[in-house]
Design a protein around this ligand. Structure first.
Ligand SMILES: [Zn+2]
Ligand SMILES: [Zn+2]
Length: 399
């Protein structure tokens, strides 16, 4: 980097720091308000209204509802190209509120968007900042709908930061397919006339046995897990109906397609073994695998390191699934993580919800906002960074 570029970068980093500091109390209040009033996917009316009001105040051009979703929004600042998008999530979990910490995701996204816009203005740089409100990440896939409705058109790169026990780069995530499987048989008295019955619960159990045997031949990175949803009423009635649900995952979309085809055969096999009729339907929204972007990961790690967040390298690639997978297959993207607890707490737990409302969690959210704004600034102002991110994206795309 040349001396002048370095001075400009330092000045931009200073503006970013001051802008986040200027809005710190507002951002923390937003995160706490959403934390205290959790709303489920596609019902995030308050969270959406609070965020869009702030973005309007910061002179972003806000569109909401967005792409047919009442609680989605798009907020633009600046014009022209390139376009850097920061995504916000704000849905809660049933029963445990913000046990995934999405209240911090949206506060960090707004802080990053604001700080990035101010740094671009101060340095008289061109480029557009988009803060995009993406509802219903938990199972219902707001981003899948958004991608399908053209929400990624014109977006050059995209980023979001998710709370975690650790500050780590994007580790990727698995593609997921979810199925509801039902079997129909014939009920009969289980003692007096069992020979007249056809047992639907036996079909469910045969399917579980088949899946368990199959694990030995699956790649290490594949995951499959099921639950019984309906297994009969009384032991003396041979169940004429039984139902189960399965999640199938792989970091490779094509492996998941192969797994899905095999799973369908197993369902048919279980029905054949028990002389029952099977039905299988897609449950919730399938998500694609998430492609990490090495360039954007490197920029994030540099930024969080400078901010004293002590980033780590992840122990293993991401095993969960996220609707950001579909987004990451449309443009260079990074779904990075920031630590909100000094000890390891499992995501989707009440302890994690506590951390998402803690003083430490809120302070880390502000740093994550600062880090994302720094990445965005470098992306928008350094052509070489844009080319490198694009190269990484195209390399992931190749089979
Ligand atoms: Zn979650
Ligand atoms: Zn989450």
């Amino acid at each position: 980097m040349h001396g002048k570029d370095k001075d400009t970068m330092q000045a931009a980093d200073r503006t970013i720091r001051e802008s986040v500091a200027q809005q710190a109390e507002t951002l923390k209040a937003l995160a706490l308000k959403i934390h205290a009033q959790p709303e489920l996917g596609f019902e995030e009316k308050k969270a959406c209204a609070w965020q869009t009001a702030l973005l309007k105040r910061w002179s972003f051009a806000v569109q909401t509802p967005w792409l047919g979703m009442d609680t989605a929004y798009r907020a633009d600042w600046g014009d022209g190209n390139p376009v850097f998008c920061i995504m916000a999530e704000y849905d809660a979990l049933p029963g445990i509120g913000h046990g995934c910490g999405h209240n911090l995701i949206c506060a960090a996204a707004l802080g990053a968007g604001f700080a990035l816009s101010r740094a671009l203005a101060a340095q008289k740089q061109t480029g557009r900042v988009v803060v995009m409100g993406t509802p219903a990440e938990e199972s219902k896939g707001g981003k899948v709908k958004l991608v399908a409705n053209g929400g990624m058109k014109g977006i050059d790169a995209v980023m979001m930061a998710h709370p975690s026990s650790r500050t780590v780069p994007d580790t990727g995530s698995t593609a997921i397919q979810r199925f509801l499987v039902g079997f129909k048989g014939q009920s009969a008295h289980a003692a007096a006339s069992p020979e007249l019955g056809r047992n639907a619960l036996d079909a469910v159990m045969a399917l579980f046995h088949g899946v368990n045997a199959w694990r030995q031949q699956l790649p290490e990175t594949s995951r499959i897990h099921g639950i019984v949803l309906d297994g009969g009423v009384m032991p003396n009635i041979i169940p004429d109906a039984a139902r189960c649900g399965f999640y199938l995952r792989s970091p490779d979309d094509s492996v998941l397609r192969t797994m899905t085809a095999r799973f369908r055969k197993m369902v048919r096999g279980a029905a054949l073994m028990t002389d029952t009729e099977a039905s299988i339907e897609t449950w919730l929204t399938p998500y694609k695998a998430r492609w990490p972007n090495a360039t954007m990961n490197r920029l994030y790690i540099e930024a969080v390191d400078q901010l004293g967040m002590k980033p780590r390298q992840p122990d293993h690639p991401g095993r969960g699934s996220s609707d950001f997978g579909d987004v990451s297959q449309k443009a260079p993207g990074a779904h990075v993580y920031f630590g909100i607890s000094k000890k390891t707490v499992p995501c989707h737990s009440t302890q994690f919800a506590e951390a998402a409302g803690s003083r430490y969690g809120l302070d880390q959210m502000l740093k994550a906002a600062e880090a994302m704004a720094r990445v965005g600034y470098r992306y928008l102002t350094e052509p070489e960074t844009r080319r490198a991110a694009r190269r990484d994206f195209l390399a992931a795309k190749r089979p």
